[in-house]
Design a protein around this ligand. Sequence first.
Ligand SMILES: *[C@@H]1O[C@H](CO)[C@@H](O)[C@H](O)[C@H]1NC(C)=O
Ligand SMILES: *[C@@H]1O[C@H](CO)[C@@H](O)[C@H](O)[C@H]1NC(C)=O
Ligand SMILES: *[C@@H]1O[C@H](CO)[C@@H](O)[C@H](O)[C@H]1NC(C)=O
Length: 408
Amino acid sequence: MLRFHFLWLLVFCSALNSSSARHAPFAMRISCGARQNIHSPPTNTLWFKDFAYTGGIPANATRPSFITPPLKTLRYFPLSEGPENCYIINRVPKGHYNVRIFFGLVTLTSFDHEPLFDISVEGTQIYSLKSGWSDHDDRAFAEALVFLRDGTVSICFHSTGHGDPAILSLEILQVDDKAYYFGQGWGEGLILRTATRLSCGNGKPKFDVDYSGDHWGGDRFWNPILSFGQNADQRRSTESSIKQASKAPNFYPEALYQTALVSTDSQPDLQYTMDVDPNRNYSIWLHFAEIDNTITGVGQRVFDILINGDIAFQGVDVVKMSGDRYTALVLNTTVAVNGRTLTVTLHPKGGSHAIINAIEVFEIIAVESKTLPEEGSPPSSGLFTAEQCIFRKFEYFYVLLIFFHSLF
Ligand SMILES: *[C@@H]1O[C@H](CO)[C@@H](O)[C@H](O)[C@H]1NC(C)=O
Ligand SMILES: *[C@@H]1O[C@H](CO)[C@@H](O)[C@H](O)[C@H]1NC(C)=O
Ligand SMILES: *[C@@H]1O[C@H](CO)[C@@H](O)[C@H](O)[C@H]1NC(C)=O
């Protein structure tokens, strides 16, 4: 009987240790200004009623964008309450998180529309709202990947004198500990702020949830783009399933690879340019799958990838590098940008035109060093950690030992 228990514990512990990515990720969503918990359509997503704020006033909200969650309230922070206002959320298990903040507009004509303010997470400024944000879906929120180690997360809003910060919702979504690992230099001292995320050749804005993506993906927003300009490129799409999608650590939805843009004879280079803040480092993630049925094997489509004119990847052959057609390939690189634009160019070298399925760009932000790391209380996740499991194994050995000892 004892032996049976021991084996069971062993199995339980080793299953836990080897599959930390199999239990559901921690997710907390707050509907700012809400007096009750809300389940939002169409996915029945749970939003907690408003809590953890340091001040501010609840009000009715106007959603600035079609992609903003369908919530009816917000919390705004009048300048009279001081330049800095926060949400401080406790009991967040240690981990790696996608933190997303949707902005709102107060439903009252007397209010300044489109407030401009700064946002910091854990004391590091991650974003300054830019004028015109309410006219662009992908600027209706700020989003960043952060490591949370002390059991809390603080998200603060700093007035810049252009209207009162108004927050519609907060989301704290756990992702894989190695999500967006970009190699050398990557780690807990950095925050990755989403600058853009494009789904190429797709016509509709989508979140991971619309794509039936894995919850460990952090429910990313994918902005649709049907052309990089003048319709010089062509769309491709497929219903065929895609191999190697939805893999750790980033769990990209398969559907992301089922649409693409392909260059043409009149415009052989595929080129995407975006505005960026100068003198920053950016992490760029490029997604490919050969979904064009005119390409049947290795060597038929080869292109170079340049970032601001410098070769980042030479001789990219998607079929060769991914191992097959209809198979996902993810490439990432890090670049320093001095100017105000970032341009990704796919330049065909051999065979057919260039192809691309999706683009992600993050601003890499160094975490402001905090005064002293606090001795936070351990999060109560209700699960054994690896260390606890080892301890428990020894505990059982000890019990067994005593048991046998008592027999003789
Ligand atoms: C918000 O709207 C509801 C009706 O939709 C109204 O009863 C309520 O008074 C409004 N609240 C504020 C603060 O304006
Ligand atoms: C990103 O690229 C680096 C090397 O350039 C590589 O070591 C790393 O594994 C890549 N990350 C992912 C998640 O593929
Ligand atoms: C960009 O990265 C380099 C090399 O890691 C680093 O020295 C530099 O401080 C970074 N620049 C910014 C603005 O973070």
